[in-house]
Design a protein around this ligand. Structure first.
Ligand code: MG
Length: 254
């Protein structure tokens, strides 16, 4: 099932994408994080403004989680997950513009599978972790690459406003360990891999983070990017495509 959040006639709602006809949404009352009931009357997706699929208190991100990406950055493969955070102010919806900050020269895309947390998650073992996951979505870990080495931590390079596009759908029924993932920059495939190549898999990551900090409903976890990173120019269009989940598309403004 694919959930999305949208505004329609000045009201913000969740809905479910019609499985047979992706031009239609079944609105719901309530939210996928609690209880909901379906409305009977469907609406057209072209008539709504798609929003981020949830509000997060934090986006927890894993760095260097594909071997090939660690190699292209000349960094060693980590023995435990490299964890950093993007602030809630970096969130960006499908179709909105990624804005290049004046202080950086090069902004990169990073196609990533994101995990959406369903309920408060703290100190949960791997075997029980799926109960705490609502689903999976597409994300772009936008990075001011030239600023990344200037700071021992990555918050500066990855924390600017608009640097966390994610969505448009939360897919609740996929196997996160075997999904094709790619990025497409101005129509050209730049990254192409599969989540089976993750060094630390999704269940391990969520359990691991839950032993560090409480995860709240709507928090998202970005699981790392494969090789093939590069910069985005003014006016570029960047797409993150994940099998059976959807396509996240944004443009870039300098
Ligand atoms: Mg990343």
């Amino acid at each position: 099932m694919k959930f999305l959040r949208y505004s329609y006639k000045d009201k913000i709602s969740y809905g479910i994408l019609n499985e047979k006809d992706a031009t239609l949404i079944t609105p719901i009352e309530g939210s996928p994080f609690t209880n909901y009931k379906k409305n009977i009357k469907e609406i057209k997706i072209k008539d709504v403004k798609v929003l981020t699929p949830c509000d997060f208190s934090k986006a927890v991100c894993i760095g260097l989680n594909y071997r090939d990406h660690a190699a292209e950055c000349n960094l060693e493969i980590p023995k435990s997950p490299v964890v950093f955070i993007k602030p809630s102010t970096s969130a960006l919806a499908f179709g909105e513009e990624i804005i290049k900050p004046e202080m950086c020269k090069r902004i990169d895309y990073e196609a990533e599978l994101a995990i959406v947390i369903k309920k408060k998650t703290k100190n949960i073992e791997i075997e029980n972790i799926r109960d705490f996951i609502l689903g999976y979505t597409c994300a772009n870990d936008v990075t001011a690459r030239d600023l990344q080495p200037s700071d021992g931590q990555w918050t500066l390079a990855k924390g600017f406003d608009t640097f966390c596009p994610f969505g448009p759908f939360i897919e609740t029924e996929v196997d996160p360990n075997n999904l094709k993932i790619k990025s497409i920059l101005d129509g050209k495939v730049m990254q192409e891999s599969n989540t089976s190549n993750l060094i630390f898999n999704t269940d391990y990551i969520v359990s691991y983070i839950s032993k560090i900090m409480s995860l709240n409903p709507g928090d998202i976890i970005l699981t790392g990017t494969p090789s093939g990173i590069s910069g985005m120019s003014d006016g570029a269009t960047i797409e993150v495509v994940i099998e059976n989940i959807g396509t996240l598309k944004n443009s870039v403004v300098y």
